[in-house]
Design a protein around this ligand. Structure first.
Ligand SMILES: [Zn+2]
Length: 162
């Protein structure tokens, strides 16, 4: 089954990050550098139509529905509440190393050169690569691994699901 793809409005940056962490292909409007609000709404209505729009803006939501653009109105201000709403609608949140949380690009295994370059630049101990499986975002030149940050995120989701 294909995972649904999303377009998040400017209010939903944190939710966009969590969707990417959970493997959903997610475009965040705030990343697109559109310069004004009016243009942004028009853009949202007319672009990425294969994606479900997630929005906190009731008016924009209504415009989407009347122009038959697939959209979900998100009620909560907090990312926990937003994730709960998505879970109630049947979407699943689970940390998978599929997508970069920063830029949405697919992750892959790093080469030895890429690993060493990033570890040295970030002043991370080189034995990290023996202790953890690593993933790499080519666009951000960034490594991911299931370390302390990952455990905190797992804990956050566990609390939401419990
Ligand atoms: Zn990236």
């Amino acid at each position: 089954m294909n995972k649904p793809k999303f377009l998040c409005d400017r209010m939903l940056g944190k939710l966009a990050t969590w969707l990417r962490i959970s493997g959903y292909d997610t475009v965040y409007v705030g990343d697109l550098k559109l310069n004004n609000r009016r243009k942004e709404d028009t853009f949202i209505l007319n672009s990425f139509k294969d994606r479900i729009l997630l929005t906190r803006d009731r008016e924009l939501y209504n415009r989407c529905i009347s122009s038959r653009r697939d959209a979900i109105f998100i009620k909560s201000d907090s990312v926990e509440g937003q994730i709960r709403e998505m879970i109630e609608l049947g979407f699943d949140f689970q940390i998978v190393m599929d997508r970069c949380s920063v830029c949405n690009s697919p992750l892959r295994k790093p080469s030895e050169n890429e690993t060493m370059r990033v570890l040295r630049r970030e002043r991370i101990e080189e034995d990290l690569r023996e202790r953890y499986e690593l993933w790499y975002c080519e666009k951000c030149d960034k490594l991911y691994w299931m370390g302390g940050h990952w455990r905190n995120m797992v804990g956050f989701l566990d609390r939401i699901y419990s």
